[in-house]
Design a protein around this ligand. Sequence first.
Ligand SMILES: Cc1cc2nc3c(=O)[nH]c(=O)nc-3n(C[C@H](O)[C@H](O)[C@H](O)COP(=O)(O)OP(=O)(O)OC[C@H]3O[C@@H](n4cnc5c(N)ncnc54)[C@H](O)[C@@H]3O)c2cc1C
Length: 423
Amino acid sequence: MAAGEGAETIVIGAGIVGLMVARALLKDGRNVTVLERGEPGHGASFGNAGVLAFPEVLPLASMDSLKQAPKWLFDPLGPLSVRPAYALKIAPWLFRFFRSAGKTSYDAALAAQSHLMRLAEMEMDAALAETGLSVFVKRVGALDLFESEAAFRAAQHEWTLRGQAGFEGRPLTGAELAEAQPGLNPRFTHGMLFEKGRQVQNPYELTAALAQWLAGEGVSVRKGEVARIEARQGEGGATVILAGGERLAASALVIAGGAWSKPLAASLGDSLPLDTERGYNTTLPRPNVDLKRQLYFGGHGFVASPLADGAVRIGGAVEFAGLDLAPNFARSKAMLKKAKAFLPGLSDEGGTEWMGFRPSMPDSLPVIGRSRASRDIVYAFGHGHLGLTQSAGTGRLVADLLTGREPAIDVSPFRPGRFSKSS
Ligand SMILES: Cc1cc2nc3c(=O)[nH]c(=O)nc-3n(C[C@H](O)[C@H](O)[C@H](O)COP(=O)(O)OP(=O)(O)OC[C@H]3O[C@@H](n4cnc5c(N)ncnc54)[C@H](O)[C@@H]3O)c2cc1C
């Protein structure tokens, strides 16, 4: 029998989503194999900002984004850019993004995201406690910053919506704001503190430690690049075909390949509008600034996050350039330059630049649901800016679907076929 053959359940992808899915399946008593073509945690889960951003329930596909987009697109190193070489390819995705910003779609996505975030918070707490990985997480909250009272007031409706979803913020000005982040440039006059925001000290280390914990619990995390998948008719389950031709049998299969999941779903007959929003950052090991919590520089589209051992990570923004074009690290440098003005004294000595591929759907919602080819094949990708935050919640929903339990929340907003005409 080939290695892995007969494994009850195969999960493709050892990013934070695939590994949290594996944990949920293990809890259900399944025999689980995780297939990863590289090293666990070296995809988008490697260098992200590390925020458990449960209050971030507002879909990015919104009228606000549409209003800001022209201004942002005008600056090639600004918060949003499209590489000319990728402009035609991303056009259908952008068209769907614009359509998703309409009121009916926006309200539906907001409701779905709010439900998922409440579940995600609960499941993350349970997962961290069970695995002993809560040592990687600090409950420091997150602070959104504004450069005028007008900008703060303009965002008022966002606070209301987040509050309705169960994530209240606390407005800060003057001495309270200065205390929340000492040394901050006084151009930031207003802030909103979300105490429920939490900071992962090092997202890669958390992911790698989860892989190790799973291995200790009997999950096989093995190397293998999946070329395609066949649904098994009659007997159910799936056959996974690796790049070298090896065939692995699974009674159930989960695709959690992040931004690279599209061709895998296509091999099962599902054509999904998954693309990537590339993000950039710089990690500063000796920043010379004591960052108290994540700072979000709203008008500029990037964040500063406090990591383990006093390190700080500066970055974010969105670049549409697909999976193959070379990185443009001028983007991380531009954000770092701004951050040095916002946090005077910030030192970039020894900084490391990184680019990651966010797996993104046009309506800002992940794909969590069964493939059209088989009830035994479930998708878990497309979490965009929020994959770390929603990973444990996604694991719970995938386990519910594969076991045939009533899912913990309504999963219909996340169904794979939501963009197809027949859906
Ligand atoms: C700059 C930046 C900042 C971010 N900040 C945050 C944040 O603060 N909070 C938050 O919640 N999210 C954040 N995100 C988003 C988050 O990083 C992603 O949503 C999340 O990591 C996606 O996890 P994943 O497991 O789906 O994908 P990945 O981590 O990319 O993992 C997918 C894995 O699948 C493997 N794979 C793919 N195809 C195959 C195949 N055919 N065969 C075998 N293996 C395969 C890949 O090698 C990879 O290891 C950020 C992203 C970026 C880029």
